[in-house]
Design a protein around this ligand. Sequence first.
Ligand code: FNR
Length: 419
Amino acid sequence: SAIYRAGIAGRKPSVPADAPTLEARAKRRMSPRAWAYIAGGAGEERTVRRNRAAFDKWQVVPRMAAGATDRDLSVELFGRRLPAPVLLAPIGACGLVRPDADLLTARASAATGTPYVFSNQGSSSMEDCAAAMDEVSPGAARWFQLYWSKDEGLVQSLLDRAAKIDAGAVVVTLDTTQLGWRPRDLNLGSLPFSRGIGIAQYTRDSRFLELVRERIARPVQGPKPDVTLAAVRSLVDILRNHPGAFLDNLRSGEARGSVETFLDVYSNPGLSWDHLATLRERTELPVLLKGVLHPDDARRAFDLGVDGIVVSNHGGRQVDNAIASLDALVAIREAIGPEPTVLLDSGVRSGADVYVARALGADAVLLGRSYVYGMALAGRQGIEDVITNVVAELDLTMGLTGVRDLAGITREMVQPATA
Ligand code: FNR
């Protein structure tokens, strides 16, 4: 009602209240390069569309006259109570939208109490993001997302840094051992990383700098066989257009070595369950695996002793024609039962979506592109308003369907849609 009251008072909202208008306005405000990167998906973008279509396959059956005032949207995750079942997903190389993207997101996250999952491909370091959050609200909830590096020392170093910044959890993303086939990016011919955007976690990392120095000391080598065409293109782009200009804190020889080293070690295309088996003993933080879509992988994750999973197809950016995240959630919840912690992302755009995700078994959801669009339109305020709108619509939907708290959004509140 605060949002309606502001409207009645004639205050103009910083962002549109509906996802399609938000997206359309953000597109106009973003550079074609940034738009392609943020909005784009893998291949023909069938998964991107399917993520949305999956929500249309469910309909809510509201209950009347339930006296559902004084609603409680809070949820406890890993010993911490959150105001709503909503987090901010890790978005790598967001510096393409605005150089201070991660810091703006950190502040909006802290102001709203919505945990922000710092991307391993962040445009500001996790230490800087944590400090920005603490300035707004000391101890505000932050998590860290890890890409499992080919270099085990780097994996450990990142995990240790996450513990030092008091991350509430570590999210290990499994679905991006290599970048997906993304025509919008490929057609533009360069990746964000080629401008040094999205490697801030690395250039502050002592183990990473060690690797860079080792590489510089070695004689020059040709491209590694597993370096993708896109990676080679981006390297050429750096050398041609941005020689050494992208890393303030490194000498220029190290700068070139940094991007090469980054391309070499940022992920491990050979990642296996054997690597992951070491995870539990490598950190005391709660651990989640992100990108799980098959019930057997979900079981396997929990067999390893992880604390949760994120059912996600990376916003449709990795495998074209992959299963919608919401469809995967239904099958996974059925397979693993009600207890294990399961988060969902990919395609969540509104409070009405959060409601359906909860009804189908998600403990909480992560917002991805939508908060980036809010930022593109109105900076930190835009992010806060996107979050507020989603949470307000969830609250209203609960009230209008006769539900007082999240536990009340049961499986019985939704049915397969009949039209
Ligand atoms: C992502 N995503 C992502 N995930 C991750 O684990 N690490 C990362 O660095 C990134 N980077 C990234 C960049 C961009 C531009 C996008 C759009 C997405 C995936 C992200 O965390 C989340 O899974 C999806 O964004 C959710 O889908 P929606 O909400 O964007 O549809």
